[in-house]
Each structure stands twice: as structure tokens, then as C-alpha cells.
Design a protein around this ligand. Sequence first.
Ligand SMILES: [Zn+2]
Length: 271
Amino acid sequence: MNNIYDTHAHYGSHQFDADRDELLTALPAGGVAGVLECATHSGDAPAAVALAHRYPFVRAAVGIHPESLIEEDAATVAVYHGDWRAELDALRPLFDDPAVAAVGEIGLDKHWPVPLQAQLDLFEAQLQLAAELGLPCSIHDREAHGEMYELLRHYKPKGVLHCYSGSAEDAVRLTGQGLALGFGGAVTYKGAKRAAKVLQAIPREAAVLETDCPYMSPTPVRGQRNDSRNIAFVAETIAALWDTDAQTVLDITAANARRIYCFSDVNASKK
Ligand SMILES: [Zn+2]
């Protein structure tokens, strides 16, 4: 299988420290044609951009993840002491870099005890930034559908709601307002009936694939460190739902990813 586009990866995380370059070098031979590497705060953003400079199939997303508001290791806390407005100002010059394709990873997270008003303000500021820059977003929504959908309705950002976990009805509405939805390892897990319904309800032009690596490895490699090549397993699961073959799923979602995050034609020539 080839033409794999991973629209949400974290190769900057420490789980890849031992073999990051070896692994990224091996990805194209494993069928990977594009990766969106997502930063989570100003501390890891320069490395995400550097990765995009080093590997022609990688593009970067730069932004502040809601969890960075409470993570002691995140620059949001360690350097900016919670002053995310100052941190966003400091991130701004990175968006001049042509390797930066999106604002991300941004969003809302009610699973972890992140103060709600702070994360709402931070997310809203970054939606405004994306609109101002004309960039798509890579959006995280964990257990915050109500607040999330209200802001998405208001700002109508372009981009991807990653690891989509909502209902089929909401999926139809969200894709109708121009968002794409990201699907990863979770669709292969037993009991992923909701994701199956979503994938059958939305237009295929609104679906993209992702890892969220190093996490969320699909069956049959669940529990192991994830990487973009494993998206082939996700494509196989979706192929059964779409009544087609896995390569067709990869080709459709590749076209969607390339359109949304402006991957260059150089990557497409790998097909
Ligand atoms: Zn992520």
C-alpha cells in the first residue's frame, strides 16, 4: 500500500528520541507520502518546523494544546507561567515559514483538569489567528463536544477535527460547514460502532487518516508505539465500511489531506 497521509503526528515526542531520524527516513519506503507534524506548545514548535524542513513529505502545525496550560514541562507553564497570550505572540514568526501548514494542535479537553475558561479563551484566540492567517486547523476535542461545536459554528474554521469521537448527526453537520474529520487507530478497535456510523454518514471528501503517534496504534499492533505506516490497518477497516479496497481509501483520503494541508506535488509523485 502507498499514498499514506498521516494528518496528525507527534514525532517530536520523547518516545521517538532513540530512532527518530532512522524511522522518518524509513517512512516513504513504507508507503507514507505525507505527515502533518503537530506541535503542542512553543517549546516543541521549533522542532516540528525543523522536522518539516528536514523531510520533504513532512509539514508542520504550530499551536498551543489545551493540556499545555497545566503541563509542567510545557513552555506554556515552564516559560510563560500560563501567559498564553505572550506565548502566542512569540509563536507568530513561525507562521511565516512555508513549511507551516496549519494552526495546531489546538482545541478543548475536559478529560484533564484544565481550567475551562482559560482553554476556551486560548482556543478562541487560535481560531481567530487561523482565520487571520488563512490557515486550516488541527483540532483536538476530548469530552468537550458542546463547547467545541458552538465555537466551530461561530468561527467555521477550515481543517480537521482530529480523532473524531462525536455522533454521526454532528459529523454530517460539521462536514457540511467545511470541516474534515480525522480517523485513526480507534476505528479498528472492537466496539467502534459509532465511528463506523460516522464513516458511512459523511461525504468521503471529508475524511482523512491519522495516527496521533506515538499513541493510538490500530489493531493488530495496539499497545505498541504507533507510526504512520500503521495507517494501512486503519484503511483496511474503512475499506470494509466503504465497500472498497484499502488502497482506494488511502487514495481518497490522500487527496483530501493534500487539499486541506497543501502538500506539494512532489509527494504525490511517490504514488
Ligand atoms: Zn495530538
